[in-house]
Design a protein around this ligand. Structure first.
Ligand SMILES: [Zn+2]
Length: 393
C-alpha cells in the first residue's frame, strides 16, 4: 500500500521540479553550440584579446560564459582577393590566432575535434572551440591542403563563400552571375573533395554554395551535411536562405540547418531599409571604407556611429524565433540549430546584441510550448548528433 502511494508522490515531485525550473536553469543545463562566429577576423584586424571583456563586438569568453555558450565554431575566413599562394596561408594565420587564444587561457577554452572531446570540455567547464573553414578557395584546389587543415582541427569546410571555386558554384554566383560561370554545381573534382571530406570526418557546410551545388553534394555525400548559418527562404527570400525543398532534402540526409541571426536573413524588409540608410550616409561610408580598406568593416562602424537610426532597422526577436519554429514544423526538431553569424554582420534582431542573449531564445521557445528535450536538441543536441555521424574512417 505504502509503495502504491509513493509512486504518485514521486511523480508529483518530478512534475513540480520540472515546472519550477526557470528558463535560465534549463538554458544553462543544456549544451549550447553556436556553429558560426566571425570574431577571429576582427581579432586579427583590431588586435583584440577576446579572453577579456570587450566593449564592442558580439563575442568574448567572459560574455560567452554568461550566455551559457558551451561550444563555438570559429569561422576561418578570407575574402576572394586571397587566392593561390595566399588564401591557405591566411587561413593558417587565423588558426594560429585561435591556438594563441587557447594557449593564453588553457583553463577556459580548449580545441575539440569530435563529440567526445566536446562533451569532456563541457564537463571541465571549458569552452569547446571548433574550427570552420568558410570558403573552398582556402584549399587552393589541393587535397593535401584539406589534409593539413583537417590535422589542425577543421571541423567543417563551407564548400564556397560568396565566390565560387573551380569545383563548386556559390549561391551568389548561381543567382547573380550564372552566365559567367564555367560550371554550375559540383565538378568531378568537387565530388572527389566531398568524398575526401567524408573520409576525413570533416563536415560539409552548404551555407554559401548555390542550389545546384547543394543538390549535387546531397547526391554525393555519404554523411549528413550542415548549413552552418542560414535561415528559411520562405520567410525571407534571400539567396543564402534555404527553400522548403532544400530543407526537406537536408532532413532526408540527416543534416541540420543552424539558424543565422543576421537581420538581412531574418527579415525580408531589411535590405531595402539598409540600402536607404547606407545611401543617406554615402560620403561617410566612402571615407570609412578608405580608412579601413574594407567595406563590410566600414558598414559595421557606420552602424555603430548612427545607433539610434540603425536600431529602427532591427527586426523583432519573434521573427528570428519564427524561422526556428517554421523549420521545426516543416522538417522536424532534429534538424535545427543555432549559427548566429555574430561578429560577421552589421545588425541582429532587437534583444540579440551579443553572446549573452542566447537564453532569450530558450525562453521564447519555452513560451511556444517547446519541451526541454526539444530545446536541448536545438541548442546543441543536433550538432552533437551530426558531428558524431561524420566521424572519419
Ligand atoms: Zn558566411
Amino acid at each position: 500500500m505504502k509503495k502504491l502511494l509513493l509512486l504518485p508522490l514521486l511523480l508529483l515531485l518530478l512534475l513540480i521540479n520540472a515546472c519550477t525550473q526557470t528558463p535560465m536553469e534549463i538554458h544553462q543545463r543544456a549544451i549550447l553550440v553556436d556553429t558560426h562566429n566571425d570574431v577571429l577576423s576582427n581579432e586579427l584586424i583590431n588586435k583584440l584579446d577576446i579572453g577579456k571583456l570587450q566593449t564592442a563586438g558580439n563575442f568574448d569568453l567572459v560574455r560567452a560564459k554568461e550566455g551559457g555558450l558551451d561550444a563555438q565554431v570559429f569561422s576561418i575566413w578570407c575574402g576572394p582577393q586571397y587566392g593561390k599562394g595566399t588564401a591557405f596561408k591566411f587561413a593558417n594565420r587565423e588558426i594560429d590566432s585561435l591556438y594563441a587564444l587557447i594557449a593564453r587561457y588553457p583553463d577556459r577554452i580548449t580545441l575539440v575535434r569530435n563529440s567526445a572531446e566536446l562533451e569532456e570540455a563541457v564537463k571541465e567547464h571549458k569552452m569547446a572551440a571548433l574550427i570552420g573553414v568558410e570558403g573552398g578557395h582556402m584549399i587552393e584546389d589541393r587535397m593535401d591542403y584539406i589534409d593539413s587543415l583537417a590535422k589542425r582541427g577543421m571541423g567543417y569546410l563551407t564548400l564556397t563563400w560568396n565566390n565560387s571555386t573551380s569545383w563548386a558554384s556559390s549561391a551568389t554566383d548561381e543567382t547573380l552571375h550564372k552566365d559567367s560561370l564555367k560550371h554550375v554545381g559540383l565538378t568531378d573534382y568537387g565530388k572527389q573533395i566531398v568524398h575526401h571530406l567524408n573520409d576525413l570526418g570533416v563536415m560539409i557546410d552548404l551555407s554559401h554554395p548555390g542550389e545546384q551545388t547543394f543538390y549535387d553534394v546531397l547526391a554525393t555525400t555519404t554523411k549528413p551535411v550542415i548549413a552552418s548559418h542560414s535561415c528559411s527562404y520562405t520567410i525571407c527570400p534571400f539567396r543564402r536562405n534555404l527553400k522548403d525543398a532544400q530543407l526537406k532534402a537536408l532532413a532526408k540526409n540527416g543534416g541540420v540547418v543552424f539558424v543565422n541571426f543576421f537581420s538581412g536573413f531574418v527579415d525580408s524588409t531589411f535590405f531595402k531599409k539598409y540600402d536607404n540608410f547606407t545611401k543617406a550616409h554615402k560620403t561617410e561610408l566612402d571615407s570609412l571604407t578608405k580608412l579601413y580598406n574594407d567595406e563590410d568593416l566600414a558598414t559595421d562602424k557606420l552602424f555603430v556611429i548612427h545607433k539610434t537610426e540603425t536600431e529602427a532597422l532591427r527586426p523583432p526577436l519573434s521573427l528570428l524565433i519564427k524561422h526556428i519554429d517554421y523549420i521545426v514544423k516543416l522538417i522536424g526538431v532534429d534538424h535545427v540549430g543555432i549559427g548566429s553569424d555574430f561578429d560577421g554582420a552589421p545588425s541582429y534582431p532587437l534583444g540579440m546584441d551579443d553572446v549573452r542573449d542566447y537564453p532569450k531564445i530558450t525562453a521564447e521557445l519555452l513560451k511556444l510550448g517547446y519541451t526541454e528535450k526539444d530545446i536541448d536538441k536545438i541548442l546543441g543536441g543536433n550538432f552533437l548528433r551530426v558531428l558524431k555521424a561524420n566521424k572519419g574512417k
